[in-house]
Design a protein around this ligand. Structure first.
Ligand code: CUA
Length: 326
């Protein structure tokens, strides 16, 4: 309870700029703008109806000095109870039908396939014509001004994909592909969140959605497609030795090395991401070392085992190596 109050305070104090990162009423893309526009229309209609009905009620019960004739009372009941709501709701229905798209708008070439895992996001970029994806995790980057197809799936349980400032939300099912498309318009970093209860760490299943200028996005994607660079210094080389000695490659892939497993997040360019453990921790060496030693305390129920038996130096070297994978 105290923690919830603290979070609420932090949200209030951090102000609109931080709130806009994950806000349906601060849209940064066409699809979210459509939902926000509809929200304001419906809110306006609801407020109008509320004012009219309550104004009428107040007038008749408190302000009107003359007792009403039976005929006038009937007219007001019919007018206030039937006519007003019918007109206002009919206008809102018309606006809704006119605004919501009746079919999915196709993308401009790029497709991003996101798989809900427990509790992280597997992300695959499929540029037009590609025969293999560029694999990443826990962060989604999109080009501004271009419509991207987004296909969704899940490994085991139902999740829901939602980037409030850009669009969504759409459920992710095991064994079934759901699809949508997104047209982000304002470059920036937004926040996505799993919106369907999926287990112990559902609340900690978030991600950053980074909208980039198209040229920057292309450069970034090209860099992501490349294999990992070799360790830059002796400490990173020691860290890499720890990585393989501890069998981390049994779950993770680092392209360009012997680690090719796909059970956990792809780590090839881990250091280029802005957060760790699905936006639970910052991407720093200290947080990496802490996470590897004890994932359970940061993300209850995480499948990643703890490596608390490693010495501080080993954890530091490993974190240094992983952070260097840019
Ligand atoms: Cu995944 Cu909630």
């Amino acid at each position: 309870m105290r923690r919830a109050a603290g979070v609420l305070w932090a949200m209030l104090l951090s102000g609109p700029a931080a709130a806009a990162r994950q806000s349906v009423i601060h849209p940064a893309g066409e699809d979210a703008a459509l939902v926000a526009g509809l929200f304001w229309w419906l809110l306006g209609g609801a407020v109008l109806l509320w004012l009219l009905m309550n104004g009428l009620f107040l007038y008749l019960t408190r302000l009107n000095p003359v007792p009403l004739s039976r005929r006038l009372a009937e007219m007001l009941i019919i007018g206030g109870g039937v006519l007003l709501p019918t007109v206002v709701l009919a206008v809102l229905l018309g606006v809704t039908l006119q605004k919501i798209p009746m079919h999915m708008r196709p993308g401009d070439g790029l497709r991003v396939h996101v798989t809900g895992e427990e509790w992280w996001w597997r992300v695959e970029y499929w540029p037009e014509g590609a025969d293999a994806p560029i694999v990443s995790a826990n962060e989604i980057r999109l080009p501004a001004g271009q419509r991207t197809d987004v296909t969704l799936g899940s490994a085991r349980v139902i999740h829901s994909f939602w980037i409030p400032a850009l669009g969504g939300k759409l459920d992710m099912f095991p064994g079934r592909e759901t699809r949508m498309s997104l047209l982000p318009q304002i470059p920036g970093t937004y926040r996505g969140q799993c919106a369907e209860f999926c287990g112990l760490s559902h609340a900690l299943m978030a991600f950053e959605a980074v909208v980039m200028e198209p040229a920057d996005f292309q450069a970034w994607l090209t860099a992501q497609a490349a294999p990992a660079l070799p360790p830059a210094d002796a400490r990173a080389a020691r860290g890499r030795a720890v990585f393989f000695a501890e069998g981390c490659g049994g779950c993770h892939a680092i392209r360009g090395t012997a680690a090719t497993a796909g059970a956990g997040p792809d780590l090839t360019h881990l250091g280029s991401r802005t957060t760790l453990a699905s936006a639970t921790l910052p991407m720093t060496e200290a947080a990496l070392a802490e996470w590897i030693a004890d994932p359970e305390s940061a993300k209850p129920g995480a499948l990643m085992p703890g490596y608390g038996h490693l010495s501080g130096a080993e954890l530091g070297d490993l974190a240094h190596y992983l952070k260097g994978l840019r």
